[in-house]
Design a binder for this molecule. Structure first.
Ligand SMILES: Nc1nc2c(ncn2[C@@H]2O[C@H](COP(=O)(O)OP(=O)(O)OP(=O)(O)O)[C@@H](O)[C@H]2O)c(=O)[nH]1
Ligand SMILES: [Mg+2]
Length: 318
């Protein structure tokens, strides 16, 4: 049997569990996860390698995690929706995630429009089924309800947290990929530069440690990423939109920033497998979420295209 490969877009509402699924399928933490909606802001590639097994040849699924589908209310929101469209365009398969705990919500009209405009077939994944406990019988009417909305190729209940249903998902996913080349070498898991992933791990701590709206007004720019002989030196700036947000990010006597820094440093050390020296700064940049120019600057793929000489070694990826 021929090698199979293809691009698989992961779509759904904010907080549906898309990034958790990407990490579970790739077997590595490639995307940050938080209980807050709108955690993911860029599309994130994760490569699922399937080695040759008894039933046939190997396969490679290039999974693309995306920001949650929402009505954009800023330049950042428009950028996030452009990332979703970019992921869908030319993909071979779409995975639509619906959180079963929020089953009363119908599928978003803009999501259905995206599916209808794409030539790719779609799977519906009813996710977080671990939250149903003994109420699993509730899945059946739900499946019927969604079947009426769209002609899904497969409907699979899963839990990215407990890995329930993931084996079946992988099997069906591979079966629906076309014959194709190995796009990425077998030891590569993502295309993201480590420098960008370090910035994301800092932003994750802001999402986890600070309540309410401040994390949505925050972004991280990694200013320095230098691999020394014994440790990696990283300096990053946390941008927020107002003085009040800056006070929250810094905290009383700098306690909050210190706590964010300590947790982020540990996470980055785990990712890099070496010691890290992390310095964090906080700056106010009023209305950055509505600055198209700044949002373009934040996008590492744009940096790759436009900012030459490129400051990061693009081969330096996980
Ligand atoms: N119980 C349970 N929780 C889950 C599961 N998958 C994700 N979660 C939780 O749901 C929350 C959102 O998960 P994410 O993976 O960040 O969701 P997302 O769809 O990527 O969210 P955005 O990036 O904001 O669009 C987190 O608190 C996860 O831990 C699951 O299978 N079971
Ligand atoms: Mg996400």
């Amino acid at each position: 049997m021929a090698f199979r490969s293809g691009f698989v877009a992961i779509l759904g509402r904010p907080n549906a569990g898309k990034s958790t699924l990407l990490n579970a399928l790739a077997g590595e933490k490639l995307a940050i996860v938080s209980p807050k909606p709108q955690t993911t802001r860029n599309r994130i590639l994760g490569i699922l390698h399937i080695s040759r097994n008894a039933s046939g040849a190997g396969a490679q699924a290039i999974l693309i995690d995306t920001p949650g589908i929402q009505r954009p209310d800023s330049s950042l929101g428009r950028h996030m929706m452009a990332e979703v469209r970019e992921a869908v365009s030319g993909c071979d398969l779409v995975l639509v995630l619906v959180d079963v705990a929020r089953k009363s919500e119908p599928l978003d009209r803009s999501l259905l429009n995206l599916l209808e405009s794409s030539k790719a077939s779609a799977f519906l994944l009813l996710t977080k089924i671990d939250l149903l406990g003994k109420q699993r019988h509730e899945l059946l009417p739900l499946i019927e309800q969604y079947q009426r909305l769209y002609d899904f190729r497969e409907i699979i209940p899963i839990s990215a947290r407990t890995r329930d249903g993931l084996d079946l998902l992988i099997q069906e996913l591979i079966a629906n990929l076309p014959p194709g080349p190995r796009y990425f070498p077998q030891d590569q898991l993502t295309d993201q530069p480590l420098r960008f992933m370090a910035g994301e791990l800092i932003r994750e701590q802001v999402l986890l440690q600070i309540r309410e709206e401040v994390p949505h007004a925050a972004t991280v720019v990694v200013e320095q990423f230098e691999e020394g002989a014994n440790l990696t030196r990283i300096a990053a700036t946390l941008y927020c939109e107002r003085e009040g947000q800056k006070r929250i990010l810094v905290g009383r006597e700098g306690q909050m920033l210190k706590s964010i820094g300590t947790s982020a440093r540990r996470e980055i050390e785990r990712m890099l497998g070496r010691k890290v020296f992390l310095e964090l700064f906080v700056k106010v940049r009023s209305g950055w979420r509505d600055s198209r120019a700044f949002i373009e600057e934040l996008d590492w793929r744009r940096q790759l295209e436009y900012l030459l000489p490129y400051p990061v070694d693009p081969t330096n990826v996980l």
